[in-house]
Design a protein around this ligand. Structure first.
Ligand code: T4K
Length: 370
């Protein structure tokens, strides 16, 4: 298999054969039902719940709005414990929900919030938790769940990276009060833009269904202060077709992860993230560059760029170092030493289901001694 010519980006969205989409598009064109809980939306929602093995799915237009709605629905008020090592959308959703993020340091192996550090963040204003399964590596759901239960706190998991991820007992999406998936173009499973909230009872699903459509019950009744977070019929149809292929995408990613592991096992100055059974790396393949590496993380990043390879420093800078968050007490770098170290050493290599072996070998060679 050969990768497409030209620049090698950190990810490349997967699309099903166009021919598989055409009958659905013709149907949408003829019915002219384009949004607002149309037939493809309903079919995709049921098919997705079945595929993921979860009881209730609420499709949304993107994960950011999904997080915002889940936070609203959990009726948190005050502060939310979260990770500084994530995409900025995680904390932005907290702010848009009128809440304040409290950053807690991460675990150096899982790259997720360190459950042992949660008690340090607790005060009487903390109203809930928003952990994130980073690169599809499951959080310490037992530790987080125990802490939340002890203090009566709801949990919203940012599961933007966790499509198809399981632990020994099943899908990671069964944990917490809500989990929110992203179907953005860059994700393992994409509908161009999109996402879903996973919840665990019918009444909550109904309320979220209303919230994502302005709170409208019928022509005369509006029950809540909702907004517009709907997935449209085109995206739902694409989602249905993508579901047929996603297991193949994931298997191909796993095989390419193993290729990188084999290629990079002996490369000096580079450490690989430990493999986690049942998961697959999301977006990209993370490596950690040793502080005494002759080029350093940023030098390697630039060397790859010079050769048309666009690796990414996910997640650098930390959210807690961004101007709108760094004045928070919990954003003090001295409180977040592990996140700081990881953020300064991580480099995410291109990984997607159809990256060629020769491109992976080219990336690996450039990471070796000059
Ligand atoms: N929570 C977490 C933990 C997240 O990671 C994200 C999103 C969210 C919440 C919010 O989910 P959504 O509201 O988006 O559903 C990208 C994505 O835009 C973002 O969705 C994602 N996380 C984040 C980690 O990555 P950028 O700024 O790095 O994207 P960009 O445009 O630089 O794309 C990366 C590379 O992918 C490009 O170099 C080329 C390639 N690409 C990208 C797109 C959009 C393509 O080949 N085709 C494309 O259509 O944020």
């Amino acid at each position: 298999m050969t990768s497409p010519p030209g620049p090698l980006y950190v990810t490349r969205p997967m699309l099903p054969p166009l021919a598989e989409m055409l009958p659905l598009l013709e149907d949408i064109w003829s019915r002219r039902m384009l949004s607002n809980d149309g037939p493809y939306h309903q079919q995709f929602e049921s098919a997705l719940a079945c595929f993921l093995g979860v009881p209730y799915v609420v499709l949304v237009s993107n994960a950011t709005l999904g997080l915002l709605l889940a936070l609203r629905q959990s009726r948190m008020c005050g502060k939310v414990i979260t990770t500084p090592f994530s995409f900025v959308g995680t904390s932005h959703a907290i702010r848009w929900a009128g809440l304040e993020p409290v950053f807690v340091d991460i675990d150096s192996e899982t790259l997720n919030i360190d459950a042992a550090r949660l008690p340090e963040a607790l005060d009487d204003q903390v109203a809930g938790l928003l952990p994130m399964h980073c690169f599809g590596r499951p959080c310490d759901t037992q530790g987080i769940g125990r802490f939340a239960k002890e203090h009566g706190l709801p949990i919203v998991y940012d599961a933007a990276h966790a499509f198809g991820v399981g632990d020994a007992q099943g899908s990671v999406l069964r944990h917490g009060d809500f989990s929110v998936l992203s179907f953005h173009a860059t994700k393992v499973f994409n509908t161009f833009e999109g996402g879903a909230i996973i919840c665990h009872d019918e009444a909550t699903k109904r309320e979220l269904d209303l919230l994502k459509n302005f709170g409208i019950v019928d022509e005369t009744q509006v029950e809540s202060v909702g907004l517009n977070a709907k997935l449209n019929e085109f995206q739902a149809a694409l989602g249905l077709v993508q579901l047929v292929h996603v297991e193949g995408y994931i298997a191909a990613r796993r095989q390419r992860e193993q290729n990188y592991r084999d290629l990079l096992a002996q490369t000096p100055g580079i450490r690989l993230a430990t493999a986690v059974p049942g998961t697959h790396n999301h977006y990209a393949f993370p490596i950690f560059v040793a502080p005494d590496h002759p080029l350093g993380r940023d030098g390697l990043y630039l060397r790859l760029r010079e050769h048309g390879i666009f690796a990414r420093r996910y997640f650098h800078p930390l959210i807690s170092d961004l101007p709108m968050y760094r004045q928070l007490r919990s954003a003090d770098p001295a409180r977040l030493p592990v996140a700081k170290r990881v953020s300064e050493s991580i480099l995410c290599l291109p990984l997607f289901p159809d990256i060629s072996e020769s491109d992976q070998a080219r990336v690996a060679a450039l990471l070796g001694p000059p």
